[in-house]
Ligand binder design. Sequence first.
Ligand code: TXA
Ligand code: MG
Length: 326
Amino acid sequence: SGGTRATSRLAADAYGIAEAARLLGAGQVVAIPTETVYGLGADASDPNAVAAIYAAKERPRFNPLISHLPDEASARREGVFDESASALAKAFWPGPLTLVLPAALDGTVCDLARAGLPSVALRVPGDPIARAVLARVGRPIAAPSANRSGRVSPTSAEHVLGDLDGRIAAVLDGGHCPVGIESTVVACLGGRPRLLRPGGVTRDELRRVLGVDPVATASDEERPIGPGLLASHYAPRAAVRLDAERISAAEAVLLFGTFRPVGLAAAAAVENLSPAGDLAEAAARLFEMLRRLDASGAATITVSPIPSTGLGEAINDRLSRAAAPR
Ligand code: TXA
Ligand code: MG
């Protein structure tokens, strides 16, 4: 007890996928790639396995987790789909969308994974490696982002090992996550669907399928306490300052597009999320660049203005959480 054990790094080949599935089936915690970020996976039907996720992350509270399924048919055994949920699943699964639904009476996702709520969060990821693992395990896999609690989300196996080496059984290395930002979370619990967290599916895309705007994020009293919903989250070590038009010497700078803040020449480190001003590229690089600027040792990371259209809503959401008082 208390000792660290080696975390195996599995290549995403037939052996690695089978081994990841075997470990998950045996109640172990394994980090798996998805198209959004790496997930810290465990058998969602096994409370001991789910508890091990919280221990590895050092998450102080039991927050509800997303359960991952290989296809919509498996998801339909765990949640109750209304008309909106069915339309969203048809349009965006597999993909970066999570649906919060009434939990099916005979569902298998344990209370701990749902934090005792009568609802369940379900996602069918688009990443073929993730789906291969999920199909092989044959049980829902609970998976929050594979980082220590409150840290920047991981978009590569190196990021996962940097935070969790020795604390989890294995990481399945699927390379870089192409979307780079977590899934959009939509609750379909009766009435109009509610957008709980902006993410890889944009508000415009949701509106196109629903025919109406999803209701804005619920009031604080209505929301369960979730890590993605806490004000301070996705935090690098450095302080984060947003919409910087001017920078001071020795600050690290995160640029977007062609905008250049006054004083840039004195910056300690500079990264550009997307010189071409492409929000999809910016999302894919956001967490990696925050980590890199943090590693420069600068006390502050200043961020240039980023439009809040399309994926910019999710990018600005993550950045404002990173900038929130800790
Ligand atoms: O892209 C993603 O969604 C990644 C990858 C690994 O799939 N996963 C992820 O999980 O971001 P996590 O645990 O970090 O975020 C779960 C989000 C939180 O905002 C949580 O509050 C919300 O989903 N959530 C989960 N269950 C819920 C429920 N029953 N009711 C309301 N919100 C829920
Ligand atoms: Mg997270």
